[in-house]
Design a protein around this ligand. Structure first.
Ligand code: X5A
Ligand code: ZN
Length: 682
């Protein structure tokens, strides 16, 4: 199992710079690279990575995407004087050349390919390449939008050839449309290209018709280009999250890539003068974390845009921290995607319905970009926690004082989200003596036998008739829980003969320790013993048996019909459980795996892995002792392993999808991330 995170960086790529005045290009500065690296050092992240050297991309590698003519043109700029360089630059849209541009662009390509090699060879699990100039706008015969060679497109072709890959996912979260990548793979079903971008009804650069949601690819590649056009500025964390949950992730898991490449531009982040969006740095942790569950964790992030230096560098740090396996910071702001974003999301889902099984039961027709209501206005109405500090309007354009305003916001914001938490021990466990050999040696096994505090928690429950053994396993479970709450470990697991009772005791203990919001996910058929008063617990119950219970905001049952042939559970995971969980924003998650659980180890593993995005990754997994076969898989996830493959994709049963749809409609006023269409606005 590949481990570790590669970092590819070479300061020489800072030599490419603008030599004359040009208000369009003057934001693409050398400090973009150095400030990222400085910030990584500040957080001690560089030393935790496996350093991989850059190299020059070769002619033949560059010609995987670009024409020989174009390559010769770029080569020719190496010996040019300023005046000539200006002339060549003027021949393209939003590009500048410097005498070192050719050298830097070759290093950017080579650095990206070195990263692909590190990940594909198993030297590391994942990694990031910090490169300049960026790549995603450049085309076969043209430089464009600060981009000279298309680093990520070249990497995809290179990986296909060298490692014989059948399916690669490219996620372009830069705020601009990577039209260069789209053109390259337009008719290619082996590359799934996803891009969201500021569009504003085609007013925003590069103002292309083919950036809209109805550009889905051509010929055999139809359905393998996904464009989410953003028609308003000021979008933020919840809009991006909704786009991932309701568009990208269902399709990406259906696609089942063997490698994920990220065109990682951070001009989609807060304070950026180009994007004018509002996503905070930790949003990129969550986006990264989602993608780490694909392709057995094989993920390469390659820098594209990002022009607010502080925002850019903090976001790069959050991305790399997540790749390293650190717990995820909480996502700030109210989880309520705005109308314009929902409209875009609905349009994309409708446009792609013919091509994706996960959208089979979608009953939407594309809207015509109707919304005129500004999401900034909507956000101003909400009591967003960022609002007192900074509103999207305040970030505004990137003039000096606005840049400083965002700096100040980020200074406070990054302090308030935990960036240094990394306990020496990640996972604690309470299991039978006889099972300890099933756990990796790094797992800590606390004993809770003599703790008075635990005994008082337990004595409130009916445990008098309990055997000594069962009682001591309860106490050990509380010892593990205690370590999670006190942040001595990140997560833990406990085996129990009475998981339902254990979970009730665990919840009581959480309350005693003033844990504000607890998310409990039950898998299997169990009696719920948890006290539900006062909204401190949100209970999601995934069961095979039809339950009598009436669903309420804080107590929701999913009656999931088992069909081992066709059952993949993605519609429940992305369509319901995660949107509700992210809307709730718990402080601790408890997953209870009981009897008759009908999901199987892969789906439970994926669910637990994804739930690590909540509650700063603090999870207690409670496993019924009869379900011990999945204990090792769950331990693997909790200790930082990745999830196994799912095999051939089959769509969920119609009745299951129908059930999810009904639940979504029922609860989308309460849990707003469920909203992915414009019609059910508040
Ligand atoms: C890589 C990137 C942006 C070009 C903007 C031109 N390019 N107005 O972010
Ligand atoms: Zn960009």
């Amino acid at each position: 199992m590949a481990a570790g995170t590669a970092l590819v960086y070479d300061g020489e790529m800072s030599s490419h710079k603008l030599l004359w005045e040009d208000p369009v290009c003057d934001i693409e500065v050398p400090e973009r690279l150095s400030s990222c690296y400085d910030r990584l050092q500040h957080y001690n992240l560089v030393e935790r990575c496996i350093s991989v050297s850059a190299r020059e991309g070769t002619d033949s590698e560059i010609m995987l995407i670009h024409s020989m003519d174009y390559l010769e043109t770029v080569k020719g700029t190496e010996k040019m004087e300023e005046e000539e360089l200006q002339k060549v630059s003027a021949g393209y849209d939003a590009v500048y050349f410097h005498p070192t541009t050719y050298r830097c662009a070759k290093l950017a390509v080579g650095a990206t390919l070195q990263l692909v090699d590190a990940v594909m060879s198993g030297k590391t699990r994942n990694g990031m390449a910090l490169v300049r100039p960026p790549g995603h706008h450049s085309q076969r015969n043209a430089a464009n939008g600060f981009c000279i060679f298309n680093n990520v497109a070249i990497a995809a072709k290179y990986a296909q050839r060298k490692y014989n890959l059948q399916r690669i996912l490219i996620v372009d979260w830069d705020v601009h449309h990577g039209q260069g990548i789209q053109y390259t793979f337009d008719d290619d079903p082996s590359i799934l290209y996803f891009s969201w971008h500021r569009f504003e009804h085609q007013k925003f650069w590069p103002s292309l018709r083919e950036s809209n949601y109805d550009a889905v690819g051509q010929g055999k590649g139809r359905g393998f280009t996904i464009n989410i056009p953003w028609n308003q500025v000021g979008l933020g964390n919840s809009d991006y999250l909704a786009a991932f949950l309701h568009v990208l992730l269902p399709m990406a898991f259906e696609f089942d890539p063997e490698l994920v490449l990220i065109s990682a531009g951070y001009d989609s982040g807060i304070g950026d003068p180009e994007g004018q969006m509002n996503a905070t740095p930790e949003c990129f942790s969550h986006l990264t974390h989602f993608l780490m569950n694909l392709a057995k964790g094989k993920l390469c992030a390659v820098l594209e845009g990002g022009y607010h230096l502080r925002s850019l560098s903090e976001s790069v740090c959050m991305t790399l921290k997540t790749l390293l396996g650190d717990p995820l910071p909480p996502l700030s702001g109210e989880m309520m995607p705005c109308l314009s974003a929902r409209e875009s999301i609905q349009n994309v889902r409708a446009a792609h319905k013919p091509y994706w099984k996960c959208l089979t039961y979608e009953d939407v027709t594309p809207l015509q970009d109707l919304s005129t209501r500004s999401c900034q206005a909507e956000e101003a109405e909400s009591t967003q926690s960022n609002a007192e500090l900074l509103t999207p309007q305040e970030v505004g354009k990137g003039n000096i004082s606005e840049v400083i305003k965002t700096d100040r916001f980020l200074e406070m914001h990054m302090k308030s989200i935990i960036v240094s938490l990394k306990p020496p021990i990640k996972t604690a466990a309470a299991v039978d003596e006889s099972d300890t050999h099933l756990l990796p040696p790094a797992v800590h096994i606390p004993k809770g036998l003599d703790v008075k505090e635990f005994k008082t928690t337990i004595s409130a429950f009916d445990v008098k008739l309990m055997k000594e053994e069962a009682l001591s396993s309860l106490l050990n479970m509380l010892a593990v829980l205690n370590k999670i709450i006190k942040k001595e470990v990140i997560n833990g697991l406990a085996v129990s003969s009475t998981p339902s009772l254990s979970s009730a005791i665990a919840a009581a203990h959480c309350r005693k320790l003033k844990v504000q919001k607890i998310l409990c996910v039950f898998v299997g058929d169990m009696d719920m013993k948890i006290e539900l008063e006062d909204g401190k617990v949100l209970l999601i119950n995934i069961c095979a048996k039809q339950s009598e219970q009436v669903n309420t905001k804080h107590n929701i049952s999913l009656n999931w019909k088992e069909d081992p042939e066709t059952n993949n559970f993605f519609s429940a995971t992305f369509g319901f459980i995660l949107p509700v969980a992210y809307s709730y924003q718990p402080n601790l998650t408890i997953v209870i795996v009981g009897p008759n659980q009908n999901l199987g180890k892969n789906r439970i593993s994926l669910l637990i892995s994804l739930l690590q995005g909540l509650a700063q990754s603090q999870i207690l997994a409670l496993i019924q002792d009869t379900e011990e076969k999945i204990m090792q898989d769950i331990t693997n996830i909790l200790t930082g392993g990745f999830i196994p493959n799912f095999g051939t994709y089959a769509p969920d049963l119609k009745e299951n999808v129908q059930m999810i749809k009904e639940l979504r409609e029922q609860f989308q006023q309460e849990w707003k991330l469920l909203q992915c269409s414009a019609k059910n606005s508040k």
